[in-house]
Design a protein around this ligand. Structure first.
Ligand code: NAP
Ligand code: GFB
Length: 321
């Protein structure tokens, strides 16, 4: 019987894992989804108490200080320190408890800023990350270094996945910390519901930045299925990119159009170039994933956006606004 502890189990990706596992009902696995209320993982004693309580054989390590471009730009030191503490406490406690396997989470935004494209798993440490999120990036890169160190010394199977930008139900919609998709969903919902006396055709939605940056987006439920596959079947210490195809890359403006379509928004979209664009692109190759799982089908982007908008509008009071 596998006992799987999911740290960060109450967030965007954690909730997607909960949904997939609830649907699957695996008979040979017990899953425990922990949030910060179960243990503040920046505190070693709390981390040890959580592991003592759950006694996991396997860990999916999602817990992190996470945020969009603007949150990262203003808090690089906190992103660095909090994530270094969380990661070291989880990996060392998993070692002390003798966990069989730990799957941690990196991100395509941690790759070198000056690079050739497409980026792949071998390029993580080939140069400094984009200045906007160096704190988060170095903390995440160190997970890969720690995984190799535990493998070299103890032979542990500690590995990591590298998702592209993720979105879906149960995202973090707080404007000051959110990623682009939940941030736009929150703002468009507000624009549509406020001032009902103004005809919607006269309303203007602001796209922050030029709208020109390019991103790959993976639907959280697709990522959850892939992470469960990694937990069960991927036995290498080397990271693996979990991203949609390069051809699925979209501009930020196209994201705004997709969200406007999902809301049936009748107003105008205008770009505010006084706001930062962040990285222009971070195009990642999923060739390694495709070679191992050639038949995996990603959810259509517009379909996933519609499902995410519907979840938000029907669960507005539950959502992290
Ligand atoms: P999220 O929605 O912000 O959830 C973060 C999770 O971590 C929550 O369960 C949160 O608990 C927990 N957490 C935060 N600080 C903690 C602490 N000090 N102690 C214990 N738990 C703590 O994040 P997400 O988007 O699901 O991200 C999950 C993983 O994917 C992260 O490792 C992130 O770096 C990675 N990732 C995310 C994206 C993206 O676009 N979202 C892209 C690439 C990689 P509470 O619910 O109690 O706050
Ligand atoms: O998801 P996001 O905040 O982060 O996307 P990154 C930022 C891009 O979307 C910028 C534009 O070009 C923004 O100008 N944008 C437009 C908006 N409207 C909005 C909005 O309402 N909110 C936000 N947030 N952006 C992050 C990294 O980079 O990627 C993190 O900083 C993290 O570390 C994440 O790993 C996955 O994709 O630029």
């Amino acid at each position: 019987m596998k006992k799987v502890l999911v740290t960060g189990g109450t967030g965007l990706v954690g909730k997607a894992l909960q949904a997939v596992i609830k649907n699957e009902q695996p008979s040979d696995e017990e899953w425990f989804f922990a949030g910060s209320k179960d243990a503040d993982l920046t505190n070693l004693a709390a981390t040890q108490a959580l592991f003592e309580k759950v006694k996991p054989t396997h860990v999916i390590h999602l817990a992190a200080m996470v945020g969009g471009l603007f949150h990262n730009m203003n808090n690089n030191l906190d992103f660095l320190r909090n994530n270094l503490l969380i990661n070291d406490h989880v990996l060392q406690t998993a070692h002390e408890l003798g966990c069989t396997k730990v799957v941690s989470c990196l991100s395509t935004c941690i790759f070198p800023d000056k690079t050739t494209y497409p980026i792949d798993e071998t390029m993580v440490h080939n140069g400094p990350p984009h200045a906007s999120n160096y704190g988060y990036s170095y903390a995440k890169r160190l997970i890969d270094i720690q995984n190799h160190a535990y493998h070299d010394k103890y032979g542990h199977l500690y590995t990591s996945v590298i998702p592209c930008n993720i979105f879906g139900p149960h995202d973090n919609y707080k404007p000051e910390v959110s990623h682009v998709i939940p941030g736009m969903i929150n703002r468009m919902h507000k624009l549509r519901t406020e001032h009902p006396e103004t005809p919607e055709s006269e309303k203007v939605f602001t796209v922050y930045g030029s709208g020109k940056p390019l991103r790959q987006f993976i639907y959280s439920l697709d990522l959850a299925k892939l992470m469960i596959w990694v937990l069960r079947n991927y036995d290498s210490v080397e990271p693996i990119v979990l991203s949609v195809d390069e051809s699925s890359e979209v501009t930020i403006y196209e994201v705004a159009e997709a969200i406007a379509k999902a809301f049936n928004f009748k107003g105008k979209l205008v770009c505010d170039t006084s706001k930062a664009d962040g990285q222009h692109k971070k195009t990642a190759s999923n060739a390694k994933l495709r070679s191992l799982l050639p038949d995996f089908k990603f959810t259509d982007f517009q379909e996933a956006i519609e499902a995410s908008v519907l979840w938000y509008t029907t669960n507005y009071d539950l959502a992290r606004n």
